[in-house]
Design a protein around this ligand. Structure first.
Ligand code: HEC
Ligand code: HEC
Ligand code: HEC
Length: 206
């Protein structure tokens, strides 16, 4: 079968229609790439993450509203995808495919479709995110907050003291800054979680 197909393809390419075949191939490839790119962009928009999904609109989106990353003096914001979706291509694709699990729990298992069910799962979900952020040294936070460019002289005394301690003790942003966009669940916080820091390299591009 592959042999026959191969022979057929060779005849086609050898014939006058080869140019047409090639063009059709390019067109199909272009359309597929555009669809892929558009879906990657659309599924990272605030509208998609914060509003289209009812589980988020009823819980995390409400909590995030008016926090410092939503509304502040300058209007420079971090929206859902800025903190939750990696920026490098391969981790980005892995995260997007992982998110298919959310579709499964929305349409099939209905695991978090009421605020009560959501709160019951929150500790577990938060722990997964803390583990991930500790594992990659708060990579997504650092895509905006450049530690080397944070000027201690412009920080409050408390922030200055704690950031010096953070460097000495090799703590990462989310060790201290958690519950900054959502309700904090009961149970252990990020500092209590043991995480292998080599788990996801901060500079991972694949
Ligand atoms: C898309 C960029 C962006 C990302 C990603 C981001 N931040 Fe921010 N963050 C900001 C901006 C902008 C402000 C300052 C808002 C202002 O005061 O004008 C801010 C403010 C803060 C503050 C100061 C809060 C205050 O009350 O003054 C902390 C703490 C902080 N971010 C921690 C984090 C942590 C932790 C993460 C990762 C989980 C994170 N940020 C991810 C842009 C970002
Ligand atoms: C050891 C705990 C700790 C760690 C780790 C830590 N911070 Fe902080 N940070 C603090 C405390 C405490 C404050 C002061 C909060 C206050 O004044 O209300 C603060 C304040 C800030 C502020 C506001 C500064 C100001 O003067 O208003 C920003 C922005 C911030 N942190 C970002 C980060 C980022 C980004 C990281 C990771 C690179 C990080 N922090 C790691 C404890 C920590
Ligand atoms: C500034 C960074 C930041 C932004 C912006 C942000 N999150 Fe989060 N999110 C976190 C962190 C950190 C956690 C881990 C739990 C915690 O500390 O609150 C988390 C946890 C979660 C969880 C797990 C359940 C929970 O409450 O712990 C969900 C779901 C979630 N975020 C969705 C969203 C959605 C939807 C948006 C946009 C409306 C959003 N996040 C915006 C940082 C952020």
């Amino acid at each position: 079968m592959p042999k026959r197909l191969f022979a057929k393809a060779r005849r086609l390419v050898a014939s006058k229609s080869a140019g047409v075949v090639l063009l059709a191939g390019f067109a199909a490839g272009f359309i597929a790439l555009s669809l892929f790119g558009t879906s990657m962009i659309y599924t990272g928009t605030e509208q998609f993450c914060a509003q289209n999904c009812h589980e988020m609109a009823n819980n995390n989106t409400k909590e995030y509203k008016d926090t410092i990353h939503d509304k502040n003096r300058t209007g420079v914001r971090a929206t859902c995808a800025d903190c939750h979706v990696p920026h490098a291509p391969v981790p980005l694709y892995i995260a997007k495919f992982g998110a298919l699990n959310d579709l499964w729990s929305h349409h099939v298992t209905h695991a978090v479709d009421t605020p009560e069910k959501f709160d019951a799962q929150r500790g577990h979900m938060a722990e997964r995110i803390w583990t991930y952020m500790k594992g990659n040294d708060s990579r997504e936070c650092r895509s905006c907050h450049n530690e080397a460019k944070m000027d201690p002289e412009k920080q409050s005394d408390m922030a200055k003291a704690r950031h010096t301690k953070a460097k000495k003790e090799k703590l990462t942003c989310v060790d201290c800054h958690y519950g900054i966009a959502h309700k904090v669940p009961d149970g252990p916080g990020p500092q209590e979680l043991e995480v292998d820091k080599a788990f996801i390299s901060r500079s991972a591009i694949f």
